[in-house]
Design a binder for this molecule. Structure first.
Ligand code: G6P
Ligand code: ZN
Length: 563
């Protein structure tokens, strides 16, 4: 066994190493600065304190540019900091749901996920580092704040510079570092995750759906990995296990720069999936983001399933999935801006339903406490307590399970759902890359307006529709399990008919500011169900834009993305 010694490197602390909604996310060029990545990794290790010595950690990411460099740095720094073993995905590749799976399966102290999720990659794109805890979920605010604090005063990091592991091949290697054994297991990226999916779902019934059975024609699926990490996962799961032909698995070779695409599964950035399904014979389309935790689901002719509706439909049909037959349904949850369709399912079934701030990390405590089975976010995230991350492939398998069991098309399933529960119309407007100062000013302006004593009760009118303000606040959340409080999570204007306007600044961008405007309104009249949400919600959109003076503050006369 090779014997090696750690050394201490003097460094200077960097400003702004503050994890956002989901880890530290910056331009690749920022991470490539001398010591920048090393500092942040050392800060993670320092934050783990005594638990680090002798621990096992998982390391992997979405395969984007700079990922392999970062893995090598983490290996060297982990070895020097007393970590006993690293489980590293082959080629440094693990989807975010796979990292969560592996942390839980092998009961490790946590994992480091190398991803900027749905942000573009490549030398001019973004990179990110996120720490997940031993429950498999993103570190809560208390931990990320601690990491950040440490980065502000960090002066040294420990490293074993001479340590090199070939992560391209599956192998197990050990070294003597400072007299102790340090091992790296390079593991298959897909195997553990695929095995979990087979435990959760009835693959036979999904396979029969896809291949046609008992006179039922094949249900044609088109899966798009957006050149992200899910490529090898969909080839194994949809291809080998479920018999989907290769030609129906597109963009399934992971690329360091995602082929120049913006790997975010929505109507704008996954337009090629939408067009292919619109003009092709497909009954179902799904796309996933760069690191595999987001999903978009569409039906025949590209019938769009809004993520808020997707969550509600799955909630109403969870019992068709073997996993939930076993565990029962403990509770539902959604993030605050997410449309409240799931709340109606919860009400009807008398199951607890939680509202948390934006960010998957807020679901973890509820799951660990056995209060939550299924949750989702408007930002194309859906998942369950099988792991502690949202899970794109899981969501598409859940949908296929529901289709197989109900024997209906995606559109029919939605129409039936609305007939039972009514429809929560929802839309989100994104104004990407705005000037940060001006965006903050706009948020301050809105908040001031909302705080005025007579704001509650104000009547806001557009196109002969009038809405009366019932409540307005800057959303704050107290975690029911540990009592921790997250404040300033978005400006909410709630109207007396249940409609809502929400303004929030994105926490996942790497430069400038992205303003998100979320609009929701509920309709129980079946005549409205097939209407375009953009038409139904237009009066509320106009009210929001006037009220916020968004155009005046940002100079934007239209959003970059509408969902
Ligand atoms: C990531 C997190 C999600 C969160 C989303 C919000 O994808 O994993 O949980 O909903 O970011 O991003 P935003 O840009 O709105 O802060
Ligand atoms: Zn993601």
């Amino acid at each position: 066994m090779t014997s090696l010694a750690s050394t201490i490197v003097n460094t200077v602390s960097f400003e702004g190493q503050k994890p956002g909604t989901s880890g530290l996310r910056k331009a690749v060029k920022v991470f490539q600065q001398e010591h920048y990545t090393e500092n942040f990794v050392q800060a993670i290790f320092d934050a783990l304190g005594k638990n680090l010595e002798g621990s096992t950690l998982v390391v992997g990411g979405d395969g984007r540019y700079y990922g392999k460099d970062a893995v090598q740095k983490i290996i060297k720094i982990a070895a020097a900091n007393g970590v006993s073993k690293l489980l590293v995905g082959q080629d440094g590749v693990l989807s975010t749901p796979a990292v969560s799976t592996i942390i839980r399966k092998y009961k490790t102290l946590g994992g480091i996920v190398l991803t900027a999720s749905h942000n573009p990659g490549g030398p001019n794109g973004d990179f990110g580092i996120k720490f997940n805890c031993e429950n498999g979920g993103p570190a809560p605010d208390a931990v990320t704040n601690k990491i950040y604090e440490i980065t502000t005063t960090l002066k040294q990091y420990k490293i074993v510079s001479g340590l090199q592991v070939d992560i391209d091949k599956i192998q197990s290697v050990s070294f003597q570092v400072d007299g102790k054994t340090f091992s790296v297991d390079v593991i298959d990226s897909v195997q553990d995750y695929a095995a979990l999916m087979k435990e959760i779902f009835d693959f036979e019934s999904i396979k029969k759906l896809i291949q046609g059975d008992g006179g039922r024609p094949p249900f044609q699926v088109l899966i798009n990995a957006m050149n992200g990490v899910t490529g090898p996962y969909i080839k194994q799961i949809f291809g080998k296990e479920l018999g989907v032909s290769d030609s129906n698995l597109v963009n399934s070779v992971p690329k360091e720069d995602f082929g120049g695409l913006h790997p975010d599964p929505n109507l704008t950035y996954a337009a090629d999936l939408v067009n292919a399904v619109k003009n092709g014979p497909y009954d179902f389309g799904a796309a996933f983001d760069g690191d595999g935790d987001r999903n978009m689901i569409i039906g025949k002719k590209a019938f769009f399933v809004n993520p808020s509706d997707s969550l509600a439909v799955l909630a109403a049909n969870l019992s068709v999935i073997p996993y939930f037959k076993k565990t029962g349904v403990k509770g539902y949850a959604r993030s605050m801006p997410t449309g409240a369709a799931v709340d109606r399912v919860a009400q009807k079934t008398n199951i607890e339903c939680f509202q948390v701030p934006t960010g998957w990390k807020y679901f973890g405590n509820l799951m660990d406490a056995g209060r939550l089975s299924l949750c989702g976010e408007e930002s194309f995230g859906t998942g369950s307590d099988h792991i502690r991350e949202k899970d794109g492939i899981w969501a598409s398998l859940a949908w296929l399970s529901v289709v197989a069991s109900l024997g209906k098309s995606v559109e029919e399933i939605l129409l039936d759902h609305w007939k039972t529960y009514g429809r929560n119309f929802f839309t989100r407007y994104d104004y990407e890359n705005c000037d940060a100062d001006k965006s903050n000013k706009m948020m301050e302006y809105i908040e001031e307006l909302m705080k005025k004593p007579d704001f509650v009760g104000t009547k806001l009118t557009s196109q002969s529709k009038t809405y009366v303000v019932k409540e307005a606040d800057n959303y704050s959340y107290k975690d029911p399990i540990d009592g921790s409080v997250a404040s300033k999570q978005g400006l909410r204007i709630l109207f007396d008919d249940g409609s809502r306007i929400i303004f929030r600044l994105s926490g996942t961008g790497s430069s400038g500011a992205t303003i998100r405007l979320y609009i929701e309104s509920y309709e129980s009249d079946p005549a409205t169900f097939t209407q375009d949400p953009q038409t139904v919600l237009k009066p509320l959109v106009d009210i929001s834009l006037t009220l916020s003076k968004l155009q005046e503050y940002t100079g934007r006369d239209k959003p970059t993305v509408i969902t």
